[in-house]
Ligand binder design. Structure first.
Ligand SMILES: [Zn+2]
Length: 153
């Protein structure tokens, strides 16, 4: 969760400057205080789920992009960043760069439903300042943007 905070701070600031908004103007558009925007940009706090949704509307980008992952390869099931150690394999041994090895193994997906995965994440990922409920909402919103769950819908 903490790695998200710095990346999110950078992308909010970059997108705001791209649109030519001051912190004040952005704050008004998404119904928060200027101080809130300033804290996000200084990596002091992370926007809540509602603010992330508003920001994604105002900037016209996905929540993933706000979280700082525009081009990196992420598992299309759980959203974790993929590298050569975490990428999954097909049963014949070839890499499958769409998923991590914990979500997809031996041609089988580990998670059959979104709530199952969200439950796993909130019990295994450090939540920082998030309450369990906020974390559940946060992960659900983020996971729904991934291909595996888009197709499942
Ligand atoms: Zn995964």
């Amino acid at each position: 969760m903490t790695a998200f905070i710095t990346k999110t701070a950078d992308s909010i600031k970059a997108l705001r400057l791209e649109k030519g908004f001051t912190q004040e103007e952005l704050a008004e558009k998404i119904f928060v205080s200027r101080q809130a925007v300033s804290r996000w940009e200084n990596s002091e706090t992370m926007p809540g789920v509602d603010s992330l949704k508003e920001l994604s509307k105002v900037f016209g980008v996905t929540i993933n992009r706000l979280l700082g992952d525009p081009v990196k390869l992420v598992c299309q099931c759980c959203g974790m960043e993929l590298d050569e150690n975490s990428v999954s394999c097909e049963p014949d041994g070839g890499a499958n760069p769409d998923y991590c090895k914990w979500c997809y193994e031996g041609g089988e997906f580990a998670y059959k439903s979104l709530p199952e995965l969200v439950e796993y994440l909130v019990t295994h990922v450090p939540l920082g300042e998030f309450t369990r409920e906020q974390a559940e909402e946060f992960f659900s919103a983020r996971l729904k943007e991934l291909n595996y769950w888009k197709e499942a819908e």
